[in-house]
Write a protein that binds this ligand. Sequence first.
Ligand code: ISL
Ligand code: CA
Length: 531
Amino acid sequence: MKKEFSDCYDLVVYQIYPRSFKDSNGDGIGDLLGVLSKLDYIKELGANAIWLCPVFKSPQCDNGYDVSDYRDIDPMYGTMEDFERLLAAAHEKGIKIIMDFVANHTSSEHEWFRQARSSKTNPYHDYYYWADTPLNDWRAEFGGSAWEFNAATNEYYLHSFAVGQPDVNWTNPKVRDEFKEIIDFWVEKGVDGFRCDVLDHVSKDFEKDLRRNGPHLHEYINEVFGRENLKNIYTVGEAETTEESILATCGQDRNELKSVFQFSHLAVGRIGRYTPAPHRLDDVKNILTSWQDFTAKHDLLYVLLTDNHDRPWFNSRVGNDRELRYESATNIATTVFLLKGIPFIYEGQEIGAANSVFSDLSAFNDVECLGYYFEQKGKILEDKLLEEINFGSRDNTRRPFAWDGSATHGFTTASAPWLPYASRSDEINLEADLKGKHSVWRYYRDLFALRRDREVLRRGEFRQLFPERENCFIYLRENENEKILVVCNFENEQTVEGLPEGKMLLSNLDRLGGANGKYAPYECAVYEIWK
Ligand code: ISL
Ligand code: CA
């Protein structure tokens, strides 16, 4: 039976990193009532769903991706009543809520781990991975060995990320049952979906030295997410994204997840996390077109994104975040968000947010970049190391949202936020953007209004034109009733010819000519060829 994706194609998801979005109680930390106060902003932008990064009880060693109680809200974000108020208000406004599902690891403060680490005979002991000596030389993503010594049982436990994030043992059916109950707890509250954190890590193979994509991965995902009560729940997995793995997880014949993130285009412009690399937007285009073709061929959902809380700003890395910041940000948005798929907008990209430069390590909080810093300290020059941290730190996209140009940028009434504002917040903030003749925010709003009003932009087929032409991306979205042409000229000015003409629907530079003719650097326009 063909999978029902229909309502998924109408989704436009706005990702919120709650710490950094809006502070309602003056403690300098974003919170749930802050999100509640901005629902109309999110709706006006054109989003109809929110992916809320973790707000569960957590000691915050990885800003909430270390959960100590999956059924309660961390006081720094508010109360369960605040969450229920937010959920009800969001639904009232036609906005779905997608929760972050962090199931590869818990916090070391979770009751399960507190029990498990106390003795080898504790009933929770085999909720985690233990060994008398480290089973292998796996490194933790945030630095150091992935095996941490536990004195009480004279063993080591596995943690793929921080020491405070012990991996849970999904080979244990009790663990899988616990997570089914946690999902059902939130579904019964009325949440509409889950974003599944590093889901491919839940099955490992120590013999084959596999940290993820182990032999039971699809069995486990099917067991937890393939259940009847989740059939109308939207799911998106953060997982390995080879063509084969995406088919295995989201294929028409699979009863696992509805979609997964595909990140490979986000690796353009960097080698690893901390080293810049030469780049062209054509490189991004080529990756996107190959995935458009693949997902069309196999009738798969595809997630359209350029930014999230784990990567510096895409426009800073592969676009132009200086003299052509507006042009470049709107061009990249047009390139990506008019393709076939589900748009995910990350808080801040809609105002053209850009990376920061800080000279003092105290301006950084991200456990990953600090882990890297202390591993590298002394091995490379301090200036070079700080340059790498500024380039690659996840803090770039976690700085408090700059709502206006005031000293606290409308984010908080506290004198200082939990993390320093982005270094260009006086220049780049919503208030300043909206005052401009050209506004990234208004362009995003108009682009998503066009998607909403034109069925062909949500469900129509993708067809690239002039694939051999460089420094631009020209494609059609078409169905039996409509044909829309998208023309994105990239870094350099050029003249485009041979295109069908039509009625212009959107342009980032108030274009006067038709689809053919000279395009300025990063100029883009959208045309209705016929209806
Ligand atoms: O950031 C990455 C790639 O650019 C990854 O290495 C990232 O750490 C990985 O995708 C896992 O991310 C998820 O799990 C982490 C958490 O720190 C991230 O914020 C979350 O998105 C551990 O829970
Ligand atoms: Ca607060």
